[in-house]
Design a protein around this ligand. Structure first.
Ligand code: MTE
Ligand code: QUE
Ligand code: MOS
Length: 761
């Protein structure tokens, strides 16, 4: 439907004749106290139907997934430029926008905080410091042969989903509210809408047919716009639509968390890390949102794929006066891994050794050196053979020699090469969320309708679940349909997140089809003069295994079963078994399994301009046994490129007042087709050993994004050739501008050294 152009998104739903449009008057001040609002001009504007403020919220104006510290509409304090204050309700989009432009507010400014450094200095934090610790770090640091210390700053990232945040609310009878929302988390939208309206959850139904992309940005932050639409719909008793324009969406919604990492590392001459002290600070923005969970996942991934005998990892969320940062593909994992991969790159430069040798020396072992700092044993570890294979197929060692020779003679360009692995933990670290339910209905013509809590955002979860159900019932793929995700069909759902959409909801659907098959087999066995155990569901028939011509067509069986009053619907339920994590001790078994992969990236840098080109990428992914290799490939390529964007060209810029400058496609640079690696080899690592997961498949919605870090590591490697042993102080993202500045700093330092050496002679 995407390719044919027949997929419908929120704003493709034709407006009802009585529908109203919404716009938001938002704070122009990052931090301040609301003193007065001037609404008269807007109220008098033709087409403006209502101006709603916090005082108009019938229920609780506050919400939030972990801490209820967000307001729907600001009542006294404003917390960022873009904080909603007045909801403008109008007969047309234009009248809403014109009305908004006529509103003014008097806001007494309060001192704002815009950076992690400022927040640390002001002790402006959200939640407590978190610690994960193993071994004796102080002792191991003191005893280490070599030491390095440093800091790495990492920028945020705009989600840039193609469909912006959008919702339509339809008021129903007796206080009911129907909401269409572009959301990864219909249940979250349902509960926020209900609490804003002050009605029980069962009065609110939220439906999501699909999203034009989510990437984590619609996990919690679809709730605000949906609640605004519901508020207007409840007040005016008319359907209400809100669709953020691109610039407003970019300016008002949260992004990937910027991080700052402080580290001290001890290591031996053979490159083995013996001690790591790592302090992670994230920029949570103005409210908690999912920041504590994002920080936790960052901490749980700061080992990446490497054994740490002694480690102390601390984490803290900083509160700033910027939009509240939120989930973004990887959910903190990329920041934790970036901190670790940067350290490995630096250890290699310090020891003048190849970084891949240093990485290989530190990998988790098989049967030894295999326990993470949080106490989970790394089982089925495929990384040592996977990396060895990629080292061969990417011709890493030959290209390393070529690059060294090239860099020794070229005065115009630098080349760099790096291979980074990923080991991404699959499961929500919040145990409760590791559950799902499904509803499977078989109609009398033998066609099947399935709904689950999974939302489709382009990642292919509907297709995968369709395949699983079709295969399990032995019916053709096109006999199965997935219904729009809705809270009245599937209740108390988890967000489609943590890459576990198929793992959870696919398993719940199979729980239901398993029971349907059992019931149908029991009914069919006497008809076919055999036993239920002898029956096989395949090719739209139910047949006897050792006598396949003894069979009945699935639609005929279903029809006969209906006549005999056999129940042809089932609910399924699934929980991920065995996962737990104790936040206070920092220990547990938070992940069912790990998804692994590695990428080798080669980059070319223009020494005069800093311009970066990615010459070649070889990527090898352990997807277990893919449910749909085509979809998996799409996720791998898309995730990698999105990760590459984060570490190279995507840079968020705010002015001194906290206003986002990079608020449009012209000022914020995501990768496009011409930025793809010139050579891009993507392969699957054959691995059927993941017996614990759904059909031996592995979740891979997020993990490939972390492989984009290979491009960043390759830039650091390239710059190291220009640094004559110095460690390039490369931050993330490595934009062309930043690469040029780093290169210039290295060249100046080298020149100064040469002068000193010359003077000494
Ligand atoms: N792929 C597309 N095309 N669009 C998206 O929005 N979101 C990613 C990933 N792949 C996303 C995507 C994120 S953040 C997650 S958590 C997973 O898809 C969620 O889906 P899954 O659990 O079904 O893989
Ligand atoms: C990975 C994730 C999520 C997560 C933990 C992960 C996620 C998410 C939450 C979460 C945590 C606490 C809550 C809540 C949600 O945790 O997406 O409602 O109260 O939403 O390891 O992707
Ligand atoms: Mo994905 S960040 O877990 O929505």
């Amino acid at each position: 439907t995407h390719v044919a152009g027949t997929s419908t998104f929120i704003d493709d739903v034709p407006p009802r004749t009585d529908e109203v449009f919404l716009d938001i008057f938002a704070s122009p001040v990052a931090h301040g106290r609301l003193k007065a609002l001037h609404l008269e001009a807007a109220r008098a504007h033709p087409g403006v139907l209502a101006l709603l403020t916090a005082a108009d919220v019938p229920g609780d104006n506050h919400f939030g997934p972990i801490i209820k510290d967000e307001h729907l509409l600001a009542a006294d304090e404003v917390h960022f430029v873009g904080d909603p204050i007045v909801l403008v309700v109008a007969a047309t989009r234009k009248a809403a926008a014109d009305g908004r432009a006529l509103i003014t507010a008097e806001i007494e400014p309060l001192p704002p905080i815009f950076t992690i450094d400022q927040a640390i200095a002001a002790k402006s934090f959200i939640g407590p410091e978190r610690v994960i610790e193993t071994g004796d770090v102080a002792g191991a640091l003191a005893a280490a042969e070599h030491h390095l210390q440093g800091t790495l700053t990492m920028g945020g990232q705009e989600h840039f989903y193609l469909e912006s945040q959008a919702a339509i609310a339809y008021p129903g009878e007796s206080g009911e509210m129907q909401v269409l929302s572009s959301t990864q988390h219909p249940t979250e939208v349902q509960s926020v809408v209900a609490e804003i309206l002050g009605v029980p959850f069962n009065h609110v139904t939220v439906t999501c047919r699909r999203m034009g992309g989510g990437f984590g940005g619609k996990e919690t932050q679809a709730a605000g716009p949906a609640a605004l639409a519901a508020l207007a719909a409840a007040k005016l008793r008319r359907p209400a639509r809100i669709v953020l324009d691109r610039d407003s969406d970019m300016a008002m919604t949260g992004k990937r968390h910027p991080f700052k990492a402080f580290y001290q590392v001890g290591f031996s001459s053979d490159g083995k890390i013996t001690a790591l002290a790592l302090d992670l600070f994230s920029d949570g923005g103005c409210t908690a949102d999912l920041s504590p969970s994002v920080l936790e996942r960052a901490m749980l991934h700061s080992d990446n794929a490497y054994f740490l005998p002694n480690a102390r990892i601390t984490g803290r969320v900083c509160r700033t006066h910027l939009p509240s940062n939120t989930a973004f593909r990887g959910f903190g994992g990329p920041q934790g891994v970036a901190a670790k991969e940067n350290i490995l790159e630096e250890v290699a430069i310090y020891l003048q050794r190849d970084a891949l040798d240093v990485r290989a020396a530190n990998l988790y072992g098989v049967g030894e050196r295999d326990v993470t700092p949080y106490g989970q044993r790394v089982e089925n570890n495929v990384l040592p053979p996977l990396i060895a294979q990629l080292r061969q197929t990417s011709a890493y060692d030959r290209r390393r020699r070529e690059i060294a020779a090239f860099n020794a003679q070229s005065t115009s360009h630098l080349r760099g090469l790096a291979m980074t692995p990923v080991k991404f933990g699959i499961s929500f670290t919040k145990k409760t969320l590791n559950q799902a339910n499904a509803l499977v209905n078989i109609y009398t013509d033998g066609s099947v309708m399935v709904t689950t809590g999974a939302t489709e955002m382009g990642q292919g979860v509907y297709t995968r679940i369709r395949q699983l159900v079709a295969d399990d019932l032995g019916v053709p793929f096109d006999r199965v349909r997935i219904g729009a995700t809705a809270t009245d069909k599937n209740h108390n759902t988890s967000p489609t997140a943590a890459s576990s959409g198929t793992d959870l909801n696919g398993a719940a659907a199979l729980d239901a089809t398993g029971r349907l098959r059992e019931r149908l087999a029991a009914f069919a066995a006497p008809l076919l003069n055999t036993t239920p155990q002898q029956l096989r569901f395949a090719d739209n028939f139910v047949s006897q295994r050792d006598n396949p011509s003894n069979r009945i067509a699935f639609p005929d069986l279903v029809c006969a079963a209906y006549i005999e009053r056999i129940n042809l619907g089932e609910r399924g339920f699934y929980i991920i078994p065995g996962v737990h994590f104790d936040r206070d001790t920092g220990k547990g078994h938070p992940f069912l399994y790990y998804t692994n992969g590695a990428a080798a990236a080669e980059v070319l840098i223009d020494r005069f301009t800093g311009e970066l080109a990615v010459a070649r990428v070889d990527l090898l992914m352990d997807a277990g046994v893919p449910i749909n290799p085509g979809i998996d490939r799409g996720q791998i390529v898309g995730g990698f490129v999105q990760g590459m964007g984060w570490v190279t060209t995507e840079e968020l810029m705010w002015d001194a007042t906290g206003r986002l400058l990079s608020h449009s496609p012209t000022t914020y640079k995501i990768p496009n087709v011409s930025d793809l690696p010139e050579i891009f080899n993507v392969a699957f690592f054959e691995n059927a050993n993941n017996a614990i997961s759904l059909k031996r498949s592995k979740a891979l919605g997020e993990p490939p994004l972390l492989l984009g870090l290979s491009v960043w590591a390759a830039v650091k490697n390239a710059l190291a050739y220009a640094g004559a042993g110095r460690i390039p102080p490369l931050q993330l993202p490595a934009t062309n501008e930043h690469i040029l500045m780093t290169l210039t700093a290295l060249e100046r330092a080298a020149a100064a050294n040469a002068r000193v050496a010359g003077a000494a002679r």
